[in-house]
Design a protein. Structure first.
Length: 147
């Protein structure tokens, strides 16, 4: 793995040592190995996909349900917020300060976004959709609704 991936693995496991069994090396499309940490979501999340942290192409990507977002580092530095530090974002998901929303047309996911509880449920792009789903780590903010 690259020095970036090794550093992120060390930082992730220093923060969440119980996730060591979920951390593996993978390769994609001829790339060198990179870190993937796949944490199963609790059943109450009713998520179709786990929480996943990866470092492909020396960028931290965090995924949950159908949403994903990118960061250039795991640990925060002074002035960071959850939009620039993957650690803040992951903790916000686990603490249910952030949920994820996806807008669907029939069986196709059209667009996804993060959502702070209490925010209006509006797609980030102008898309045609027939239903919306919201998922949070412990399911407290889960919702399914028709358009």
């Amino acid at each position: 793995m690259s020095p970036f991936s090794i550093r992120i693995r060390e930082e992730v496991l220093a923060t969440f040592p119980e996730w060591s069994a979920f951390a593996v090396e993978q390769a994609f499309k001829g790339s060198g190995p990179y870190l993937v940490v796949t944490v199963p979501a609790p059943p109450e999340a009713k998520s179709d996909h786990p929480l996943r942290i990866s470092t492909w192409d020396d960028e931290v990507t965090v995924e949950f349900d159908y949403y994903h977002t990118h960061f250039d580092r795991w640990n925060p530095v002074e002035g960071d917020n959850r939009h620039t530090s993957a650690l803040f974002y992951v903790k916000s998901v686990l603490d249910e300060k952030v949920a994820v929303a996806s807008w669907w047309q029939e069986e196709a996911c059209k667009v996804c976004s993060q959502l702070e509880p209490g925010e209006s449920l509006k797609p980030p792009l102008d898309v045609v959709y027939s239903r919306v789903r919201v998922r949070s780590w412990r399911g407290s903010h889960n919702a399914d609704s028709d358009a």
